[in-house]
Ligand binder design. Structure first.
Ligand code: NAD
Length: 290
Protein backbone atom coordinates (compact mmCIF):
# COMPACT_ATOMS: atom_id res chain seq x y z
CA UNK A 1 0.00 0.00 0.00
CA UNK A 2 1.18 3.57 -0.71
CA UNK A 3 1.17 5.51 2.56
CA UNK A 4 1.86 9.20 3.25
CA UNK A 5 3.01 9.95 6.81
CA UNK A 6 3.11 13.54 8.06
CA UNK A 7 4.62 14.40 11.46
CA UNK A 8 7.62 12.16 12.06
CA UNK A 9 8.44 13.10 15.67
CA UNK A 10 8.87 10.90 18.73
CA UNK A 11 5.72 8.93 17.93
CA UNK A 12 5.28 9.34 14.17
CA UNK A 13 8.89 8.39 13.35
CA UNK A 14 8.80 4.86 14.78
CA UNK A 15 5.20 4.32 13.60
CA UNK A 16 6.22 5.15 10.00
CA UNK A 17 9.31 2.95 10.31
CA UNK A 18 7.14 0.00 11.39
CA UNK A 19 4.85 0.46 8.36
CA UNK A 20 7.88 0.53 6.03
CA UNK A 21 9.35 -2.55 7.74
CA UNK A 22 6.07 -4.38 7.10
CA UNK A 23 6.56 -3.81 3.36
CA UNK A 24 4.47 -0.69 2.71
CA UNK A 25 5.74 2.11 0.48
CA UNK A 26 5.93 5.02 2.93
CA UNK A 27 6.51 8.65 1.92
CA UNK A 28 7.01 11.04 4.83
CA UNK A 29 7.10 14.74 5.60
CA UNK A 30 8.05 16.73 8.68
CA UNK A 31 8.77 20.43 9.25
CA UNK A 32 12.23 19.53 10.51
CA UNK A 33 14.63 17.28 8.57
CA UNK A 34 14.42 13.70 9.81
CA UNK A 35 15.78 10.39 8.62
CA UNK A 36 13.48 7.42 9.19
CA UNK A 37 14.44 3.88 8.25
CA UNK A 38 12.72 2.81 5.03
CA UNK A 39 10.78 6.09 4.58
CA UNK A 40 11.26 8.29 1.49
CA UNK A 41 11.05 11.98 2.36
CA UNK A 42 8.86 14.41 0.39
CA UNK A 43 9.38 18.17 0.07
CA UNK A 44 5.94 19.12 1.46
CA UNK A 45 2.86 17.71 3.14
CA UNK A 46 0.94 17.91 -0.14
CA UNK A 47 3.66 15.95 -1.95
CA UNK A 48 3.62 13.27 0.77
CA UNK A 49 -0.18 13.01 0.46
CA UNK A 50 -0.53 13.02 -3.32
CA UNK A 51 -1.30 9.66 -4.95
CA UNK A 52 -1.34 7.69 -1.66
CA UNK A 53 -3.93 5.11 -0.63
CA UNK A 54 -3.75 6.23 3.00
CA UNK A 55 -2.35 9.38 4.63
CA UNK A 56 -1.53 9.33 8.34
CA UNK A 57 -0.85 12.45 10.43
CA UNK A 58 0.83 12.51 13.87
CA UNK A 59 0.99 16.17 14.87
CA UNK A 60 1.29 18.23 18.07
CA UNK A 61 -2.19 19.83 18.30
CA UNK A 62 -5.53 20.66 16.66
CA UNK A 63 -4.41 23.97 15.19
CA UNK A 64 -1.52 22.34 13.34
CA UNK A 65 -3.77 19.46 12.27
CA UNK A 66 -6.23 21.96 10.74
CA UNK A 67 -3.40 23.71 8.84
CA UNK A 68 -1.99 20.43 7.54
CA UNK A 69 -5.49 19.18 6.62
CA UNK A 70 -6.07 22.36 4.55
CA UNK A 71 -2.90 21.57 2.63
CA UNK A 72 -3.26 17.81 2.10
CA UNK A 73 -7.00 17.22 1.63
CA UNK A 74 -7.06 18.91 -1.81
CA UNK A 75 -4.00 16.84 -2.81
CA UNK A 76 -5.59 13.48 -1.93
CA UNK A 77 -7.63 11.33 -4.35
CA UNK A 78 -11.32 10.75 -3.61
CA UNK A 79 -11.92 7.38 -1.96
CA UNK A 80 -8.59 7.35 -0.11
CA UNK A 81 -8.26 7.24 3.67
CA UNK A 82 -7.09 10.03 6.00
CA UNK A 83 -6.08 8.78 9.46
CA UNK A 84 -5.18 11.34 12.12
CA UNK A 85 -3.38 9.75 15.08
CA UNK A 86 -2.57 13.02 16.91
CA UNK A 87 -4.21 13.83 20.24
CA UNK A 88 -6.36 16.90 19.50
CA UNK A 89 -9.58 18.54 20.69
CA UNK A 90 -12.81 16.81 19.68
CA UNK A 91 -13.98 19.88 17.74
CA UNK A 92 -10.88 19.96 15.51
CA UNK A 93 -11.19 16.20 14.94
CA UNK A 94 -14.83 16.55 13.88
CA UNK A 95 -14.23 19.63 11.70
CA UNK A 96 -11.29 18.03 9.88
CA UNK A 97 -13.26 14.79 9.42
CA UNK A 98 -16.15 16.73 7.86
CA UNK A 99 -13.79 18.62 5.56
CA UNK A 100 -12.23 15.31 4.49
CA UNK A 101 -15.59 13.57 4.00
CA UNK A 102 -16.87 16.53 1.94
CA UNK A 103 -13.84 16.01 -0.33
CA UNK A 104 -14.80 12.34 -0.80
CA UNK A 105 -12.16 10.95 1.60
CA UNK A 106 -12.61 8.36 4.36
CA UNK A 107 -11.56 10.09 7.61
CA UNK A 108 -10.60 8.34 10.84
CA UNK A 109 -9.51 10.02 14.09
CA UNK A 110 -7.32 7.45 15.81
CA UNK A 111 -5.33 8.76 18.78
CA UNK A 112 -3.11 6.29 20.55
CA UNK A 113 -2.08 5.11 23.96
CA UNK A 114 1.24 3.44 24.70
CA UNK A 115 3.82 6.21 24.35
CA UNK A 116 7.12 6.15 22.50
CA UNK A 117 7.86 2.61 23.76
CA UNK A 118 4.60 1.36 22.25
CA UNK A 119 5.20 3.26 19.00
CA UNK A 120 8.65 1.69 18.64
CA UNK A 121 7.57 -1.84 19.59
CA UNK A 122 4.38 -1.66 17.48
CA UNK A 123 2.20 -2.25 20.53
CA UNK A 124 0.07 0.91 20.58
CA UNK A 125 -3.65 0.92 21.37
CA UNK A 126 -5.70 2.85 18.80
CA UNK A 127 -9.08 4.36 19.68
CA UNK A 128 -10.82 5.25 16.47
CA UNK A 129 -13.73 7.39 15.31
CA UNK A 130 -15.23 7.32 11.81
CA UNK A 131 -17.40 5.22 9.52
CA UNK A 132 -17.26 1.42 9.50
CA UNK A 133 -15.75 1.56 5.98
CA UNK A 134 -13.05 4.04 6.99
CA UNK A 135 -12.13 1.99 10.05
CA UNK A 136 -11.95 -1.18 7.94
CA UNK A 137 -9.46 0.52 5.57
CA UNK A 138 -7.25 1.68 8.45
CA UNK A 139 -7.44 -1.44 10.60
CA UNK A 140 -4.67 -3.47 8.84
CA UNK A 141 -2.29 -0.55 9.48
CA UNK A 142 -3.36 -0.33 13.13
CA UNK A 143 -2.50 -4.04 13.38
CA UNK A 144 1.07 -3.27 12.28
CA UNK A 145 1.57 -0.21 14.50
CA UNK A 146 -0.33 -1.54 17.48
CA UNK A 147 -1.72 -4.49 19.38
CA UNK A 148 -5.31 -3.32 19.70
CA UNK A 149 -7.70 -1.02 17.86
CA UNK A 150 -11.16 -0.17 19.14
CA UNK A 151 -13.73 1.39 16.82
CA UNK A 152 -15.36 3.79 19.29
CA UNK A 153 -18.03 5.35 17.05
CA UNK A 154 -18.41 8.25 14.61
CA UNK A 155 -15.85 10.97 13.93
CA UNK A 156 -14.48 12.44 17.16
CA UNK A 157 -15.25 9.32 19.21
CA UNK A 158 -11.58 8.28 19.20
CA UNK A 159 -10.52 11.65 20.62
CA UNK A 160 -13.36 11.51 23.17
CA UNK A 161 -12.12 8.10 24.39
CA UNK A 162 -8.52 9.33 24.53
CA UNK A 163 -9.20 12.42 26.64
CA UNK A 164 -11.52 10.52 29.01
CA UNK A 165 -8.84 7.85 29.47
CA UNK A 166 -6.13 10.43 30.11
CA UNK A 167 -8.34 12.40 32.51
CA UNK A 168 -8.60 9.19 34.57
CA UNK A 169 -4.84 8.73 34.28
CA UNK A 170 -4.06 12.27 35.50
CA UNK A 171 -6.45 11.93 38.42
CA UNK A 172 -5.23 8.47 39.48
CA UNK A 173 -1.57 9.50 39.21
CA UNK A 174 -2.19 12.47 41.50
CA UNK A 175 -4.12 10.24 43.92
CA UNK A 176 -1.37 7.63 43.93
CA UNK A 177 1.35 10.26 44.54
CA UNK A 178 -0.68 11.92 47.31
CA UNK A 179 -1.15 8.57 49.01
CA UNK A 180 2.58 7.70 48.83
CA UNK A 181 3.48 11.13 50.28
CA UNK A 182 0.98 10.59 53.11
CA UNK A 183 2.24 7.05 53.70
CA UNK A 184 5.81 8.40 53.96
CA UNK A 185 4.73 10.88 56.64
CA UNK A 186 2.90 8.11 58.49
CA UNK A 187 6.15 6.09 58.52
CA UNK A 188 4.87 3.35 56.21
CA UNK A 189 7.52 1.54 54.17
CA UNK A 190 7.03 2.23 50.44
CA UNK A 191 7.44 -1.38 49.39
CA UNK A 192 4.78 -2.45 51.94
CA UNK A 193 2.52 0.32 50.66
CA UNK A 194 2.95 -1.01 47.10
CA UNK A 195 2.45 -4.63 48.16
CA UNK A 196 -0.84 -3.77 49.84
CA UNK A 197 -2.32 -1.24 47.41
CA UNK A 198 -1.31 -3.04 44.20
CA UNK A 199 -3.41 -6.03 45.29
CA UNK A 200 -6.16 -4.07 47.08
CA UNK A 201 -8.98 -1.77 46.04
CA UNK A 202 -6.61 1.22 45.59
CA UNK A 203 -4.86 -0.45 42.65
CA UNK A 204 -4.67 1.28 39.28
CA UNK A 205 -2.43 1.47 36.22
CA UNK A 206 -0.64 4.40 37.90
CA UNK A 207 0.23 2.24 40.91
CA UNK A 208 0.64 -1.20 39.35
CA UNK A 209 2.24 -0.50 35.96
CA UNK A 210 3.84 2.93 36.37
CA UNK A 211 4.57 3.20 40.09
CA UNK A 212 5.72 6.77 40.89
CA UNK A 213 7.97 5.63 43.78
CA UNK A 214 11.58 4.80 42.75
CA UNK A 215 12.74 1.25 43.42
CA UNK A 216 9.21 0.00 43.98
CA UNK A 217 7.04 -1.96 41.51
CA UNK A 218 7.96 -2.42 37.83
CA UNK A 219 10.61 -0.25 36.14
CA UNK A 220 9.16 3.21 35.48
CA UNK A 221 10.41 6.79 34.91
CA UNK A 222 10.66 7.13 38.73
CA UNK A 223 13.63 4.75 38.47
CA UNK A 224 15.27 7.08 35.94
CA UNK A 225 15.16 10.39 37.89
CA UNK A 226 11.66 11.05 36.54
CA UNK A 227 12.90 11.60 32.98
CA UNK A 228 9.87 11.17 30.67
CA UNK A 229 8.21 8.73 29.82
CA UNK A 230 5.14 10.80 29.49
CA UNK A 231 6.02 14.42 30.20
CA UNK A 232 4.02 16.49 32.69
CA UNK A 233 3.34 19.09 29.98
CA UNK A 234 1.77 16.43 27.72
CA UNK A 235 -0.46 15.36 30.60
CA UNK A 236 -1.38 19.03 31.06
CA UNK A 237 -2.23 19.25 27.34
CA UNK A 238 -4.54 16.22 27.56
CA UNK A 239 -6.19 17.42 30.78
CA UNK A 240 -6.86 20.80 29.16
CA UNK A 241 -8.47 19.01 26.21
CA UNK A 242 -10.67 17.11 28.66
CA UNK A 243 -11.79 20.34 30.31
CA UNK A 244 -12.39 22.03 26.96
CA UNK A 245 -14.61 19.08 25.99
CA UNK A 246 -16.34 19.08 29.40
CA UNK A 247 -17.08 22.78 29.00
CA UNK A 248 -18.52 22.27 25.50
CA UNK A 249 -20.62 19.27 26.64
CA UNK A 250 -21.66 20.89 29.97
CA UNK A 251 -20.22 17.95 31.94
CA UNK A 252 -19.36 18.32 35.63
CA UNK A 253 -15.74 17.10 36.08
CA UNK A 254 -14.48 18.55 39.39
CA UNK A 255 -11.55 16.15 39.75
CA UNK A 256 -10.55 16.64 36.11
CA UNK A 257 -10.61 20.38 36.78
CA UNK A 258 -8.53 20.03 39.94
CA UNK A 259 -6.01 17.75 38.17
CA UNK A 260 -5.68 20.30 35.34
CA UNK A 261 -5.02 23.12 37.83
CA UNK A 262 -2.43 21.04 39.68
CA UNK A 263 -0.52 20.02 36.54
CA UNK A 264 -0.69 23.62 35.31
CA UNK A 265 0.90 24.81 38.56
CA UNK A 266 3.49 22.02 38.41
CA UNK A 267 4.47 22.76 34.79
CA UNK A 268 4.14 26.55 34.64
CA UNK A 269 5.06 27.77 38.15
CA UNK A 270 7.15 24.94 39.61
CA UNK A 271 9.79 22.57 38.26
CA UNK A 272 7.53 20.10 36.43
CA UNK A 273 8.38 21.03 32.82
CA UNK A 274 10.53 18.31 31.27
CA UNK A 275 9.78 15.90 34.11
CA UNK A 276 7.69 12.77 33.86
CA UNK A 277 4.08 13.26 34.98
CA UNK A 278 4.72 10.87 37.90
CA UNK A 279 7.15 13.44 39.40
CA UNK A 280 4.09 14.66 41.30
CA UNK A 281 5.37 12.34 44.07
CA UNK A 282 8.58 14.30 44.90
CA UNK A 283 6.50 17.46 44.51
CA UNK A 284 4.04 16.37 47.21
CA UNK A 285 6.85 15.10 49.42
CA UNK A 286 8.49 18.52 49.51
CA UNK A 287 5.30 20.19 50.64
CA UNK A 288 3.44 20.48 53.91
CA UNK A 289 -0.32 20.70 54.38
CA UNK A 290 -0.40 24.48 54.58
P1 NAD B 1 6.62 15.44 18.54
O1 NAD B 1 6.65 16.89 18.86
O2 NAD B 1 7.82 14.61 18.84
O3 NAD B 1 6.26 15.22 16.99
C1 NAD B 1 5.41 16.05 16.26
C2 NAD B 1 6.08 16.27 14.91
O4 NAD B 1 5.21 17.04 14.07
C3 NAD B 1 7.40 17.05 15.02
O5 NAD B 1 8.44 16.29 14.43
C4 NAD B 1 7.12 18.34 14.24
O6 NAD B 1 8.25 18.85 13.56
C5 NAD B 1 6.03 17.88 13.28
N1 NAD B 1 5.25 18.97 12.73
C6 NAD B 1 4.76 20.08 13.36
N2 NAD B 1 4.10 20.85 12.49
C7 NAD B 1 4.15 20.22 11.29
C8 NAD B 1 3.64 20.52 10.00
N3 NAD B 1 2.92 21.63 9.77
N4 NAD B 1 3.90 19.65 8.99
C9 NAD B 1 4.62 18.53 9.21
N5 NAD B 1 5.14 18.20 10.41
C10 NAD B 1 4.90 19.03 11.44
O7 NAD B 1 5.34 14.86 19.30
P2 NAD B 1 5.00 13.32 19.60
O8 NAD B 1 5.47 12.98 20.97
O9 NAD B 1 5.41 12.50 18.42
O10 NAD B 1 3.40 13.41 19.69
C11 NAD B 1 2.61 13.50 18.53
C12 NAD B 1 1.15 13.41 18.95
O11 NAD B 1 0.95 12.17 19.65
C13 NAD B 1 0.71 14.52 19.92
O12 NAD B 1 -0.59 14.91 19.57
C14 NAD B 1 0.76 13.84 21.29
O13 NAD B 1 -0.15 14.42 22.21
C15 NAD B 1 0.35 12.43 20.92
N6 NAD B 1 0.84 11.39 21.85
C16 NAD B 1 2.12 11.43 22.31
C17 NAD B 1 2.55 10.43 23.19
C18 NAD B 1 3.95 10.43 23.72
O14 NAD B 1 4.22 9.69 24.67
N7 NAD B 1 4.88 11.20 23.15
C19 NAD B 1 1.67 9.41 23.58
C20 NAD B 1 0.38 9.37 23.05
C21 NAD B 1 -0.03 10.38 22.19
Amino acid sequence: MKIGFIGLGNMGGPMAANLARAGHEVTGFDMVPVDIDGVTMAASGAEAAMGRDVVITMLPNGQILRAVANEIIPAMDAGTTFVDCSTVDVESARDVAKQAADAGLLPVDAPVSGGVGGATAGTLTFMAGGSVDAFAKAEPLFDIMGQKAVHCGDSGAGQAAKICNNMILGITMIGTCEAFALADKLGLDRQKMFDVVSTSSGYSWSMNAYCPAPGVGPQSPADNDYKPGFAAELMLKDLRLSQQAAEAADADTPLGQAATALYQQFVESEDGRGMDFSAMLPRFEKRSRS
